[in-house]
Write a protein that binds this ligand. Structure first.
Ligand SMILES: [Zn+2]
Length: 143
């Protein structure tokens, strides 16, 4: 039941009581309250209708945003060159050899791992930091 319908129902009950608004103060108050309720119901009906209208508009906006997002994704793919054939990129890939300080396993890492700064050794599971600073080239150990 909508509010309007409920109010109409209460109005019906009220009318059925056969109260005389002009003689009974309670009836007068009830009648006034019912008037207000009916107005509120009308307002809400109007709001609902307005919301429905806007709901359609929102759908349109959503579609537009989806289109934009798709366009952006395509653009991104072009800018970052995320293609299936990245053959020509192979030359750019730099791989590094590092030795696990725990088990001595030779590991081949790429730039992504290097930038992450640490790696989990696939052999022993030890996590260790990657540093390719020439300065720390074991010179300190000679002392
Ligand atoms: Zn290891």
């Amino acid at each position: 039941m909508t509010i309007t319908e409920k109010v109409a129902y209460i109005q019906g009950l009220f009318d059925g009581m056969g109260l005389d608004k002009s003689k009974e103060p309670q009836a007068k108050v009830l009648s006034e309250v019912l008037d207000v309720l009916r107005e509120i119901g009308d307002e809400i009906d109007m709001l609902d209708a307005t919301l429905d209208e806007h709901g359609k508009e929102f759908d349109g906006v959503e579609d537009a945003i989806n289109d934009l997002t798709e366009g952006l994704t395509e653009l991104e793919d072009e800018v970052y060159g995320v293609d299936d054939d990245d053959d020509e990129d192979d030359d750019d890939d730099d791989f590094f050899q590092v030795e696990c300080p725990n088990c001595g396993e030779e590991l081949t890492i790429d730039e992504d791992v290097l930038e992450a700064g640490s790696i989990d050794c696939p052999k022993c599971g030890q996590k260790f930091a990657l540093s390719f600073d020439e300065d720390e080239d074991e010179e300190d150990g000679d002392d």
